[in-house]
Structures are given as C-alpha cells and as structure tokens.
Design a protein around this ligand. Structure first.
Ligand code: PMP
Ligand code: GLN
Length: 409
C-alpha cells in the first residue's frame, strides 16, 4: 500500500478522548474530559423533540451551508450586547459543526503556508494541530502562573513577550476567554493590550469564547466590542457548552461579511452544513433560555460545583487556582510529587485513573513538546459534573492524600 499523507502522520490521539477511554476501562470517576455528565435542562431536550415532530419536511433536510436562518437570527440577537454590535444574521453569522469545526474553518480560511498564529499557553489541545493542518505555525506566549492563592487571575502574560513573538509572518492572535484550562477571564486592560497590538500589526484576533456564559468572578468581555476590533475579530461559540449538549456538535462564528465569505467558501466543501433539526432546536433554546432565566441559574449551579471541588482539592493537598469562569480547575500537585507518589504529572494522572479511580488531565497536555518545561506541576479537573460525581472524586482523593501524604487524617 502507498503511505498515507504526511500531514496527519505525527498527530497523537486526543488526550481527552484517551482519558475518557481509560476512565471507562477502570471504572474511574471522570473529571478528565470536559463534558457534563448530567442531563441538559428539559427545555433543551424538549426543543429537539418538538423539531423532530414538526410536520415541515425541510426541517429534516440540508440547511444552507452558511447556517439555518432562524438560528443565525437568534444568535445575532442573543450576542449583540456582548459583541457590542448586532451582526447581520445572513452575512456575519456562520453555523459550524461544533466550535471545533469553527476553529478549523477559520484556520483554513486565513492561513497561508508558513504564516503564524500566536497561541497563549497553556492551550486547549485542538489549536496546534488545526494550525498545522492549515499549513501555519503556532508561536507560543506563556501565561505565567501566580501562586494558587492569586486564583486564575494570577495567570498572566507579559506584554513584552507577546510583542517579541510577533514578526512579519504573524497573522492571528488566538485568544480564549474564559480560558481552558486555567479558568482565567481576561480583563479589559489585558484585552486592550491585545487589541492595541493587533491593530498596530494589522493582525486578526480569533477569540474562542465557548465558556462566555459561565462567569463566577469578574466580567466576560468580547474583544470584538473594543474600539477598532469588530472588523478584525472572529468570535467563536458553542451550543454544546451553552446548553450542556456537547454531543449535539453545533457551533458558530461571528465575523465581518468579508471574513465570513472566505470561511464559507472553504467550509461548504468540508461539511456542507450542520444538522438542521439541531440548528432549529438551538434557535428555540436561545429564546427559551431568556424566558426561563437559565443563564443565571446555570452560573449559580456551576459556581457551587466549582467551590465543592476546590474545597475538596485543598483538603487533598492539591491547591486550586480558583477559576473565574468555565468548566475547569487547575490544581498544584507539587506536594504529591514531593511525597514520591509519582515522578511527574503524567505518571500521577495515570496512577490516579488506573489504580485509584479518578481521571484528571496532567497540565503537560496543554503545552507543546518544545515548551513543556513551563508547565507547572499541576492537574486539570473538570467540575461540569453531577455533585455525586464530584463527591465520589473528593472522597477518593481525600483517602489517598491521607494514605500517601498523611494529610486530612
Ligand atoms: N474551545 C475550547 C476552549 C474548548 O474547551 C472546547 C471543547 N469543549 C472547544 C473549543 C470545542 O467545542 P465544541 O465541543 O463545540 O467543538
Ligand atoms: N474541551 C474539552 C476539554 O477540554 C474536550 C473536548 C474534546 O474532547 N475534544 O476537556
């Protein structure tokens, strides 16, 4: 047989998918991959049920590649306040198969071979392969952790380091706020620094805001809303995150009509369109969410889960950088390494899942091989889980900490 293509040869399997496989094999409590293990609210599942029972035949057929108009309209309306302008539903809202495909389509539409994307590290692991698949090059800028007591806000970048990473090939700054994995919510002044640099160097900003509805401290600001940023910003969102339905695979991009046109020109040949019934159901959910006060209730639920897990981690000598937003807690585990439980965080997370029934991601998976030395001794744990799941993980970690570290006895 002839060899398969070089462009995919060096990619490893997704660390999140692998961790879920391991967790299932070992009957572990899964705080590794970020997906809710509870049912979405009933208005969400009801919305899809209603669409499937709808007698209009076109709801079961192809949507236009740019998206289903009812969803484009609902999104334009729902996100106008945070974007600082109401996007034109037809021209400036593009529907995708999850935020994952939104990011992929943007890289394909913007990058020429050799052009560079600034990526803050730690980073969601999808970014680098997608940049490489588009022929681009990632260039990493570190978010330096403060002490855990400073919370997720303590993760900060140095303006000089960001400026030094820019050269003639730089095309995009990739921003993720609220941030995976740290839970950092970028402040207005940090966003202004990024915006100033983007304008000065004529760069695009790709802003991944899939956790924008989950803010526990501070305020979510879309960088598109800052002066001069609308035309150069592409803002990405996810219905999977918004409504706790990651399996529905629905996302979107807000971008100028010129950028949206380029994205659609490529995307139509990849997926043609996202699932029509899911698009109509999400449009209905966006309306229902306002009526039912869903967002406020969701924040309260998730804040309680965050606090439950953070407290348990502290008792288990894993100090949390308390997240300001999103699904995850990063926790410092140096005491576990010093106690000889494992030689590094990869081994620690492997032992936890295979021997002791708790799945968590080692921080190293959020760094590239070349920059892994910057990864602090830490784990990322997902708290988008039922309270029973969080309690089960807490009990297992507490027992282990008592046995191996002599704490909490
Ligand atoms: N961006 C970030 C920061 C994420 O954590 C994720 C994963 N959940 C995605 C994008 C992908 O979202 P989706 O499931 O909609 O593809
Ligand atoms: N975003 C999720 C996480 O960080 C996982 C998404 C995926 O597995 N692709 O855990």
């Amino acid at each position: 047989m002839k060899p398969t293509a070089r462009r995919v040869a060096d990619f490893l399997p997704s660390a999140f998918g692998e961790m879920t496989l391991l967790a299932n094999q070992h009957g572990a409590v899964n705080l590794g991959q970020g997906f809710p293990d509870f049912l979405p609210p009933s208005f969400v599942t009801e919305a899809l049920r209603r669409v499937l029972a709808d007698p209009q035949p076109q709801l079961q057929q192809y949507a236009p590649p740019r998206g289903w108009l009812a969803l484009q309209q609902a999104l334009a309306e729902a996100f106008a306040p945070s974007l600082g302008h109401q996007p034109d539903p037809l021209g400036e809202v593009t529907i995708t198969v999850g935020a994952t495909q939104a990011l992929y389509s943007i890289m394909q539409a913007l990058l020429e071979p050799g052009e560079e994307v600034i990526v803050f590290e730690p980073q969601f692991d999808t970014y680098t392969p997608q940049i490489l698949l588009a022929g681009g090059q990632p260039r990493y800028v570190q978010l330096h952790p403060g002490p855990p007591s400073a919370g997720a806000d303590g993760w900060s970048f140095d303006e000089g380091e960001l400026r030094a990473a820019i050269n003639n090939n730089t095309k995009i700054i990739l921003l993720n706020t609220p941030h995976n994995p740290t839970g950092k919510v970028f402040s207005r002044s940090e966003l202004q620094t990024i915006a100033d640099i983007a304008i000065e160097h004529n760069l695009y900003v790709l802003s991944d805001e899939v956790y924008d509805h989950l803010i526990y401290d501070g305020q979510h600001i879309s960088i598109a809303s800052l002066p001069g940023m609308r035309e150069r910003t592409l803002t990405v969102g996810s219905a999977g995150k918004l409504f706790s339905v990651t399996g529905w695979r629905l996302g979107w991009i807000f971008a100028s009509s010129q950028l949206s046109a380029a994205i659609r020109q490529g995307q139509q040949w990849a997926t043609f369109a996202a699932a029509t019934p899911v698009q109509q159901a999400v449009a209905d959910c966006l309306h229902q969410a306002v009526i039912t006060d869903y967002y406020r209730q969701t924040i309260a639920d998730f804040r309680q889960k965050r606090d439950l897990l953070a407290e348990a981690l502290e008792e288990a000598a894993m100090l949390a950088w308390l997240p300001e937003g999103g699904y995850f807690i990063v926790a410092d585990v140096h005491r576990w390494l010093e106690a000889g439980f494992a030689a590094n965080t990869s081994e620690l997370s492997r032992r936890l899942v295979t021997e002791f029934g708790v799945a968590a991601m080692p921080a190293s998976v959020f760094y590239s091989p070349a920059t892994r030395q910057f990864a602090p001794a830490s784990l990322r744990l997902a708290f988008c889980k039922r309270n029973e799941t969080l309690m089960a993980a807490s009990e297992r970690l507490a027992k282990l900490a008592e046995r191996f570290l002599g704490v909490g006895a």
